[in-house]
Design a protein around this ligand. Structure first.
Ligand SMILES: NC(=O)N[C@@H](O)C(=O)O
Ligand code: NI
Length: 169
């Protein structure tokens, strides 16, 4: 029996139990550079632990996925956080799970607003980067260092992730 999950619009409120949202819809901002720039401050915190742990800034060129998406695996990074900030104003899909004694709990799926990014705290179960409909580039801030920083969980029965009814990118 296929377990269907329909993505919902991502908001700070509905994502707060999982991680941070990186966008400008926040009060955490102030003018700098003589008022010629607005700093949206401390939207998320990068974490890099473990042997020789350090923060990395990367660029990811993501290939789009077809929907409904077959989700058979989620992963997590035991030594560090991972932030995804799109370089184009286009939504992408975020899949996350709370942990449970038996591994990841049922996934929740979200669709970001155009330009919105997310930060996954250390050890948050998540689906891999999932662009919609066309290739999309991202700045990704995560952890470098020694040791394996990825743990995968393969579901015994895959989920089917659907975009919201009437979704338009
Ligand atoms: N593997 C890698 O760097 N990316 C994944 O962790 C991901 O979440 O997309
Ligand atoms: Ni990851």
């Amino acid at each position: 029996m296929t377990r269907i999950i329909t993505a919902k619009p991502l908001t700070r409120a509905n994502f707060a139990e999982f991680g941070e949202v990186i966008d400008t819809e926040t009060d955490s901002h102030y003018p700098i550079n003589g008022g010629r720039c607005e700093r949206f401050h401390a939207l998320a915190r990068a974490e890099a632990t473990g042997p020789n742990g350090h923060v990395l800034i990367n660029l990811f060129k993501g290939t789009p996925y077809e929907f409904p998406l077959k989700l058979s695996m989620v992963e997590r990074h035991p030594f560090g956080s991972q932030a995804f900030v799109p370089l184009s104003p286009r939504p992408f899909v975020v899949v996350v799970c709370h942990d449970s004694p038996d591994g990841p709990a049922e996934p929740l799926a979200f669709v970001t607003k155009p330009g919105q990014g997310v930060n996954y705290p250390r050890n948050l179960w998540h689906g891999v980067l999932t662009p919609i409909g066309e290739p999309q580039d991202f700045v990704v801030v995560d952890r470098g260092g020694d040791g394996s920083n990825v743990e995968e969980f393969h579901f015994s029965h895959p989920y089917e992730i659907h975009l919201p009814k009437g979704f338009q990118p």
